[in-house]
Design a protein around this ligand. Structure first.
Ligand code: ASP
Ligand code: MG
Length: 473
């Protein structure tokens, strides 16, 4: 069971989480708990690491230290009743905060922040949360020990900020955590692992989901539960369409498409480890535990609705490359992608017209300037005539495994948008057919999502709880 940052946002919430764990444990489940940092903490840590390099002021580090100490001491006070346990936890926290202070002061003097130090600094969010949760569990009379991701056996590549588990991780996790599953609730820090030299790495923002899935696959769990502050995976963002509903059941591939396409529910790599061991993943609401949430499973259930969700990615930019000489010039696309990749620019969506004289792709808005710069430098005026960008756009993605092999879905997508007078700037459909993605003007994005949500009747019960009408694909 993994608990996200809002679920462990303060001491009272941590107490509630410890209570949930106790309840499930006493029902006879063996549980490993994975915790995020207290909500907002990772952002604060990163901000302060950057402040230390740019401003280099030790006084700011001291201020931050006081803020962190107050916040976590307060959490201990509200989460843990047993004074002896609270005392022990406070000691651990103070030691860790001292270490962090030293590291930040070091950065002030060096004026340099490497990706490795960013990972080290940002790991403290989870490393301060885990002792509190573990203490709160012990305070309820259940044995508990806390581990960092590395101690739990998550051994990763050296890609700081975006590390991936090495193959041996699964075996190591099993060895380290497997023996004590019966006797206690082991609490592991989400988000972080370590490389083969024992240096802390992180798995990318929102990486605690990924940690939970890796650990679940390692110990061969029956289920992986991700506790969040929302009612599971929704048909779309309820802030855009209030009629949005929880999707009761979704397949691994649909969940992956959704997390790639900005639904912001899961870290995009979460599903992979679960999938290798065929472990169902459940997304539940910490503050409404009785609600079933969303179950992510291997079976593709074709429900009455071929489309399961519509998602919106904001803050993107469209880049167009045009030039008649591109047609038939072998290697242009390769050059485009190579220069973008070597500048660390991620491509969200691609399309090329068959005339080959036009290549369009979408990148995140924050990378648009860099993309233009490196592309212009690479091509100057040769082959490519013009490189332009449009920042006033959004990507809208329609997702559902039932779309594969079902004729007429595209007609409904484009027909309904056409009726709503929404202009489509770019289209892409992967050959998995699980997803149709469109670029529209930012000003029309919300009404595009509303239109599609309505067209596919996603506000209605989509009957995919396994009623007799389902067809297994
Ligand atoms: N604390 C990390 C973050 O905010 C990881 C997580 O919450 O899953 O990105
Ligand atoms: Mg978080």
């Amino acid at each position: 069971m993994k608990f996200g940052g809002s679920s462990v946002g303060d001491g009272n919430k941590i107490r509630h989480v410890a209570g949930l764990l106790k309840e499930y444990y006493e029902k006879g489940n063996q549980i490993v708990a994975v915790t995020s940092a207290l909500g907002g903490l990772t952002d604060m840590l990163m901000e302060n690491a950057h402040l230390a390099t740019t401003k280099g002021k030790v006084s700011l580090v001291k201020e931050f230290k006081t803020e962190l100490t107050t916040k976590h001491h307060e959490a201990v006070k509200n989460a843990i009743d047993d004074p002896k346990i609270a005392e022990g936890v406070l000691q651990i926290l103070d030691l860790r905060i001292d270490e962090l202070e030293k590291a930040l002061i070091g950065i002030c003097y060096l004026g340099e922040l490497t990706p490795r130090s960013v990972d080290y600094i940002s790991s403290y969010g989870e490393r301060l949360a885990a002792p509190i949760l573990s203490g709160a569990i012990r305070s309820l009379g259940i044995g508990s020990t806390e581990y960092t991701g590395g101690e739990a056996g998550i051994i990763t590549t050296n890609d700081y900020g975006n590390a991936r588990p090495l193959e041996k991780t699964y075996e190591t996790v099993e060895k380290r955590l497997g023996l004590r599953l019966d006797s206690e609730i082991q609490v592991v820090t989400g988000f972080i692992g370590e490389n083969e030299d024992g240096i802390i790495t992180t798995l990318g923002r929102s990486g605690s989901d990924f940690s939970a899935s890796i650990i679940g696959a390692g110990i061969k769990a029956d289920e992986i539960w991700l506790w969040k502050e929302v009612n599971g995976i929704m048909t779309t963002d309820p802030r855009i369409v209030p009629e949005a509903r929880t999707i009761p059941q979704i397949s691994y591939s649909e969940a992956m498409e959704l997390s790639y396409f900005g639904a912001n529910v899961l870290h995009p790599k979460t599903i992979e480890p679960a999938m290798r061991e065929h472990i169902p993943v459940r997304v539940k609401n910490t503050f409404d535990p009785a609600f079933p949430g969303t179950l992510v499973v291997a079976d593709k259930v074709r429900c009455r609705h071929v489309v399961k969700a519509v998602s919106l990615i904001k803050n993107v930019a469209l880049i167009n490359i045009t030039g008649a000489d591109m047609a038939g010039t072998v290697g242009t696309v390769a050059r485009v992608f190579t220069v973008l990749a070597s500048s660390g620019i991620n491509i969200i969506m691609i399309s090329q017209s068959s005339s080959e004289s036009n290549l369009s792709f979408v990148v995140s808005e924050s990378q648009a300037n860099d993309a233009l710069k490196v592309l212009r430098a690479e091509f100057e005026r040769y082959v490519v005539r013009e490189i332009t960008s449009d920042r006033e756009v959004c990507v809208v993605a329609v997702v559902g495994a039932g779309m594969a092999g079902t004729p007429g879905v595209a007609k409904r997508v484009f027909g309904s948008l056409g009726d709503a007078m929404i202009n489509i700037i770019m289209i892409s459909q992967g050959s998995s057919e699980y997803n149709i993605s469109l670029v529209v003007k930012e000003a029309e994005a919300i009404s595009a999502v509303e239109t599609l949500h309505k067209e596919f009747e996603l506000h209605k019960n989509n009957g995919n709880y396994g009623t007799g009408n389902d067809i297994d694909l």
